[in-house]
Each structure stands twice: as structure tokens, then as C-alpha cells.
Design a protein around this ligand. Structure first.
Ligand SMILES: Nc1ncnc2c1ncn2[C@@H]1O[C@H](COP(=O)(O)OP(=O)(O)OP(=O)(O)O)[C@@H](O)[C@H]1O
Length: 270
């Protein structure tokens, strides 16, 4: 296998979780494996991310990125290995359980409802009501929506605009804003930059930097655009055939090196 074997104890941020402040470890995956019948999707995966850190997860189609994300969201159970959440070994029993711990995911399809305004999308499944009848507290929801968008520096013309009328970048930003409520600790982003123009991609990268600066959130970003990964992530992990084969600080690698590693296995010798 090409590349440098990943050692969870030598690359990246300090391993010890002190339970508070930027730099404290949020998630640590140790020797996690996952099979689907005859297919080994993940083999002995080691990975860690701390608060205020963005980890880029790259790899070719079928490398195991989505499976790893689905394990961290509680959707799949690993066959072996363990997961430490904030320093404590934790069995992620379900998506609801992972969310209750503060593990949030933004998937490619964003799960927004086009026909609803921005503020209702931001409150999906947690609408504010008052009285014995479920009357929506629309004014309060609009206020909170504006606050949530402002807190991450997202500019939307109006919180009453229908989401379906917004650009791809704005929709992505709303999906991220919805995930990073005050209790979120780990944000998993599955290809947020795919199919996005240069200007919109830049806006999302700016948003990720702002979230990083907050210092209270650990972020794992799956992306195919290596220049964006090197630009915004603190560290890069490369998955190949279900194994992490490379774990390096972004400052110590380059787009050329990542391309070389990913494409080396497909090179046809002359
Ligand atoms: N539910 C499943 N049942 C059977 N095989 C699966 C399942 N989910 C994933 N796999 C297999 O596990 C391997 C890893 O798939 P995974 O979707 O995690 O890769 P990926 O890196 O996310 O790929 P892509 O970039 O194409 O989304 C693949 O061989 C895939 O076919």
C-alpha cells in the first residue's frame, strides 16, 4: 500500500482529552473494522479529532469514507474496535443517541424542505409552539433563525425566503447552521463542496474556518477537492480500501502529494 502508515499517537493533536477548551479531543476511533458480508469496508481504523480542529477525510470511491461517517453517526455498528467520545469509551447505539451526545451530520442531500422558509427549515422537528394547541411561535423562530445565521456569519436575504429559491451554497450554509446548535460537539460533513461553484465553495470554506475559530467544535470533512482540503483542514487522513494509509498535517503535505498517493495505485506502467 502506498503512503505512510497512520499512527494515532504520533500525528496531529495531543491524544489526552482534558474535557475542556480548544484542543481537547472529541472523538477517537481505535482499531475499528466493519464488514458487509464478504466486503471489508473498514479495517483497523484509527482516527482522532479535537475541538477547534478540522480533519479532512479523502479517498477514492468505495474507500470506506461513508461507512466510517455512518459509524460515527450511530447508523452502523462496528464489528470490532472502540470509539472514545470526549475521552470515554462510548457505544453509539443509534443516530438519535449520537445526536444526543452532540454528533451532527450534514449529508450531500442536505435534508432541507424546498417549499418551507429558511426559519422553518432551521427548526425542523424542533418547532417552537405555545399554548395547549400547537400554535407556532413564528416571530420567535424567525428571531432565533436570524441569530443562528448571524452567529456563523451566513448572509441570507431573508429568513422568510423559501429554501428552494436559494443558491446551492446558501442551502449548504443553512444545513450547516442547523447542525451547529449550541450543543454540537462533532460536525460530520459529507462532501459539502461537491457540485458547488468556486464562489459558493469559497463561502462554505469561510464558514468552516469561522466554525473552527469558535474553538468548541471538532469537524470531519469528506471532500474530493484536495486543494480545498489542504486549504481549510488542519490534518488530512487518506482512506484506501478501508485502511487509513496516510495521516499528516495539511501544512506538511500538498495537493501534488495527495494526488500522487491516490493515483499511484492506478498507474499503468509503460
Ligand atoms: N450497506 C452496505 N452493504 C454492502 N456493502 C456496502 C454497504 N455500504 C458500503 N458497502 C461497501 O463498502 C465499501 C465502502 O463503501 P463506502 O460507501 O463507505 O465508500 P466511500 O469511500 O464512501 O465511497 P464513495 O466516495 O463512492 O461514496 C464499498 O465496497 C461498498 O460497496
Amino acid at each position: 500500500m502506498t503512503g505512510e502508515a497512520a499512527d494515532p499517537n504520533t500525528a496531529g493533536t495531543p491524544a489526552a482529552a482534558d474535557g475542556a477548551g480548544a484542543g481537547a479531543e472529541v472523538i477517537r476511533v481505535e482499531r475499528v473494522s466493519k464488514r458487509f458480508g464478504p466486503v471489508t469496508a473498514l479495517r483497523d481504523i484509527n482516527l482522532h479529532v479535537a475541538r477547534g480542529e478540522i480533519l479532512g477525510l479523502i479517498g477514492d470511491n468505495g474507500a470506506g469514507k461513508s461507512t466510517l461517517i455512518k459509524i460515527l453517526t450511530g447508523f452502523h455498528r462496528p464489528d470490532s474496535g472502540r470509539i472514545l467520545f470526549e475521552g470515554t469509551e462510548t457505544r453509539l447505539r443509534s443516530v438519535a443517541h449520537a445526536r444526543s451526545l452532540g454528533i451532527e451530520t450534514v449529508y450531500q442531500d442536505l435534508a432541507l424542505i424546498d417549499g418551507l422558509p429558511v426559519y422553518l427549515n432551521l427548526h425542523l422537528n424542533k418547532e417552537l409552539t405555545h399554548g395547549p394547541l400547537p400554535f407556532l411561535r413564528r416571530r420567535e423562530m424567525r428571531r432565533r433563525a436570524r441569530e443562528a445565521l448571524d452567529s456563523v456569519g451566513i448572509e441570507i436575504p431573508s429568513v422568510t425566503a423559501e429554501v428552494g429559491q436559494l443558491s446551492g451554497g446558501q442551502r449548504q450554509a443553512i444545513a450547516v447552521a442547523r447542525s451547529v446548535h449550541s450543543d454540537a460537539k462533532l460536525l460530520l460533513l459529507d462532501e459539502p463542496l461537491a457540485a458547488m461553484g468556486a464562489r459558493e465553495g469559497t463561502q462554505i470554506l469561510r464558514l468552516l474556518r469561522r466554525l473552527k475559530q469558535r474553538g468548541d467544535l471538532a469537524i470531519i470533512l469528506i471532500a474530493h477537492n484536495y486543494s480545498q482540503v489542504v486549504d481549510v483542514c488542519d490534518r488530512v487522513n487518506l482512506l484506501q480500501h478501508g485502511e487509513i494509509t496516510f495521516d499528516r498535517r495539511s501544512a506538511d503535505t500538498s495537493v501534488a502529494e495527495l494526488l500522487e498517493l491516490v493515483h499511484a495505485e492506478y498507474r499503468v506502467e509503460a
